[in-house]
Design a protein around this ligand. Structure first.
Ligand SMILES: Cc1cc2nc3c(=O)[nH]c(=O)nc-3n(C[C@H](O)[C@H](O)[C@H](O)COP(=O)(O)OP(=O)(O)OC[C@H]3O[C@@H](n4cnc5c(N)ncnc54)[C@H](O)[C@@H]3O)c2cc1C
Length: 387
């Protein structure tokens, strides 16, 4: 039998597990702040070069921190369903697209400029809270740290509980290129529910990068995943229905983002903070994570200068309860998603929707959103949670 010997190496002030969006962004923010100049930071990920593994989109008012890296900006979005079909100007917001390779490269450039940051490419086996810090075990080594930030996926935490609803935002996307000008690249299709719903919440998400190139993502908010071929068949049918027949598929992407109100903050402890999707930074009702990660990493950096106990980082807000009710409705009446979103987009302004989803809304704006959705299911879900 082959025995692997594990050796203990140096202790770090901070260990960051995962060099994806949240881990890398946290490391980058620390590297740009002189407070961390005398701290040792170790980043561990199983793979460093991930290329364009993600296409992130987010809305933002005016100029933003990542604007220099953007692939595309849209001033308008389209919402479509059986009962509503409208193109909406989203000013003062803009819908922005950033591709992950440009983002990762830019952050690495900042991190690599600091000699107190190191990276190790390794698969993490486990991590444990100790009395005075943490221990991380990889296939070959053990690392000690004072504080740990974990962004490694932790599906066992939310899959094994039944208290909070869990659905998935799952999708497959095709970047297609046409020979002639076909796309209106001033409009991003946010949600097009004109696709057959088959008892679920299914929509097409279309991001035209120029008049000949667009990303088509067939997306579901539902409990169970489909066979890979089903997503691709749906994209093909959608393209056919739009009479887009002469195209080349230049790239593909797929994803599965958990949508859950599970209390990720319960996993945190004095020395361990879960970040990114693993820390509940994914908005439970939408799957959007990128902008929240950008905000939260700033908050973590500020927190580290004042506080020592990472279990006190997360604060409860009203939005957790809103998301919980919303997900209860979507999980229990999955075939009603199209009607629910249509009603919201019909009755509430896009600015109010964005502010509400950004968790920046006033009580009046909250009320506008609450009154914009069909009341029956929400009242049922509300009282069920209350009692
Ligand atoms: C295809 C796709 C498109 C998305 N589009 C959007 C969007 O448009 N807008 C938006 O807001 N959100 C979007 N999201 C959701 C979210 O923004 C991303 O998932 C984001 O990358 C989450 O960041 P993270 O740091 O939590 O996880 P990740 O970026 O996935 O980072 C986790 C890291 O952990 C590493 N890792 C995992 N296991 C181990 C292990 N055992 N040992 C060592 N390393 C390990 C991985 O290699 C990875 O680098 C999208 C997600 C996907 C998958």
């Amino acid at each position: 039998m082959l025995l692997k010997l594990k050796t203990t190496v140096i202790t770090y002030d901070y260990i960051i597990l995962g060099a994806g969006a949240s881990g890398l962004l946290l490391a980058y923010r620390m590297s740009q702040d002189p407070f961390f100049d005398d701290k040792s930071v170790l980043i561990i990920d199983q793979s460093k070069d991930k290329g364009n593994d993600r296409t992130w989109c987010y809305w933002e008012e005016g100029v933003g921190e990542w604007d220099a890296l953007l692939t595309k900006i849209w001033p308008n979005v389209f919402f479509g369903s059986q009962s509503l079909s409208k193109t909406i100007s989203i000013a003062p917001f803009q819908y922005k697209m950033i591709r992950s390779e440009a983002f990762y490269m830019s952050l690495w450039k900042g991190i690599n400029s600091k000699s107190n940051f190191s990276f190790i490419e390794a698969v993490v086996d486990s991590f444990t809270e100790l009395k005075t810090g943490v221990e991380v075990v990889t296939e070959t080594d053990t690392y000690l740290g004072s504080k740990l930030f974990n962004s490694l996926p932790n599906p066992e935490a939310y899959n094994s509980q039944h208290k909070y609803p869990l659905i998935h935002q799952h999708f497959v996307g095709w970047f297609v290129k046409t020979k002639t000008n076909v796309f209106d690249d001033a409009v991003a299709t946010f949600m097009d529910f004109s696709v057959p719903q088959n008892g679920h919440t299914r929509f097409m998400y279309v991001l035209p990068i120029d008049k000949k190139t667009a990303l088509f993502e067939y997306t579901l908010f539902s409990k169970d995943l489909l066979k890979y071929a089903d997503y691709e068949d749906a994209i093909k049918s959608y393209l056919d229905s739009k009479n887009i027949l002469d195209y080349e598929i230049i790239e593909k992407e797929q994803g599965n983002i958990p949508m859950t109100s599970f209390k990720f903050s319960d996993l945190n402890s004095k020395h361990i903070l879960h970040i990114g999707t693993a820390g509940g930074w994914t908005k439970a009702s939408t799957g959007y994570t990128f902008m929240n990660t950008s905000k939260k990493t700033k908050e973590v950096v500020a927190f580290l200068k004042e506080d020592d106990d990472l279990s006190t980082f997360d604060k409860r807000t009203k939005y957790r309860f809103y998301d919980l009710i919303f997900l209860d409705v979507l999980a229990n009446h999955n075939n009603e998603g199209a009607a629910l979103f249509s009603s919201m987009f019909k009755k509430a302004s896009i600015k109010t929707i964005f502010r509400f989803l950004d968790e920046d809304s006033t009580i009046l704006e909250d009320l506008k959103i609450i009154l914009s959705v069909p009341p029956k299911r929400f009242i049922q879900a509300f009282f069920k949670r209350l009692f």
